[in-house]
Design a protein around this ligand. Sequence first.
Ligand SMILES: [Zn+2]
Length: 480
Amino acid sequence: MRQKALRAAAVAAVLCAPLAACPGRGKQEQAATASPSAALAGARLNVLLVTVDTLRADHLGLYGYRRATSPHLEALARRATVFDQAYTYWPKTRGSFVAILTGRLASQTGYSKGRQELLDWNPTLASVLKQAGYRTEATVDNPNVAAALGYARGFDRYRQTWLEPSLPTEVDRMRAITADGVRALQQAKAGQPLFLWLHYVNPHAPYQPPPPFDSAFLDAEAAKGPVLRAVNGFHGGAHAPWAKAGRPLGWYVAQYDGEIATVDAEIGRLVAALDASPVRDRTLLIVTSDHGESLGEHDYYFDHGEDLFDPCLRIPLLIAGPGVKAGRSDVLASTLDLVPTALDAVKVSYPPELAGLSLLPATRGEDRPRRPRLPGQNDRNLLGAWDRRYKIVATPEGDGARYALYDRERDPAETRDASRQEPERLRDERRELELLRDRVDAQMAKTMRLLQGLPEPQKLDAPSCERLKALGYVLPAGCS
Ligand SMILES: [Zn+2]
């Protein structure tokens, strides 16, 4: 028993364990019994969540990038807390948004290879805020977060732009997202709090920015790098449907950067609308991404999710609003933290068993939350954990796993497994990861019971499947 207790304590140190040693445990218990009228006593702040698909932090000026891809985000950063150590928990759209919207690990939500959806037993940010009296709206442009897959849970209005024939291009859909945001902010009323989620897909491949951003970054760098051949898939060259004969890697990266600048301009319009709105001082604004992108690192081109390297994991995170201190924070921040952060800010009770922590103290200039490392998983059953320096990744092999250790201070590109050079570090990190694995397995055993007896996943409609194919999903789940 003592051994078990010790292990439990160690797991809590890996990341905040459900119902144990978590700040906000009282809140969770309250949530189980709180009546809707009690929940209405929140701070009534609006919540505006803006997510940009496939956005690498290190391709933004505010994270030190050499190109001017993000002037509007830089302007926002001057009044926001910018998180320098923000990571996704799951570097693929569906799994990432389940974590973003629930604040729970996949082993809790039931997200898995066979069920790549947001299952309806999970409270979401939208469902909790709706119960607290919020109007909840979303406009999204990625069939991976289709209502048919559960992502509309808790929203009064859920607009899926790709289903509208009057919005045939990505630019049309992007403008519709911004227009919805502007209108919602203009119409916002002090007595009716609003949760609005806007999701732009633009930086996702294929990279096809509109003018002037298609040529904005065709500088000397854009002519560099190997000329990429057309391939099927994402290794050894550019995915054939998107490949342009004779173009070097640098050209593709310049197009990716053009997509970022395109959506940055839209965020500029949204922030201007917020500033001109009656709720300027009553709105918490969160800007982030679901995951990054591999731009040729590790021979992985213009996709994300297969590995747990930093290009796919590291994301931007900016939080602005009442009480937020302008500045940088280097606390470890995860997409799992967005639910507790938003609910902490608006003073609405947490749903039970959150895996993340509130980042609100960091937005007040404090060096909290403090935790030693963050977890990551992907659709290939890789499991990883990292601190500011070391990362360990377990890859399934036979009945067990192969472990790799990366020293990101000495080896920022994560190209050398440091296991042999640092056996003690490997042992320590591996022990922590195995504890996390035990916890995930135990949760999954419980979750499996909930999964049994669920109806088959819904099939996606034909327009959604077509759109997924255009985004590079060869065999999208739910389209077979
Ligand atoms: Zn995505």
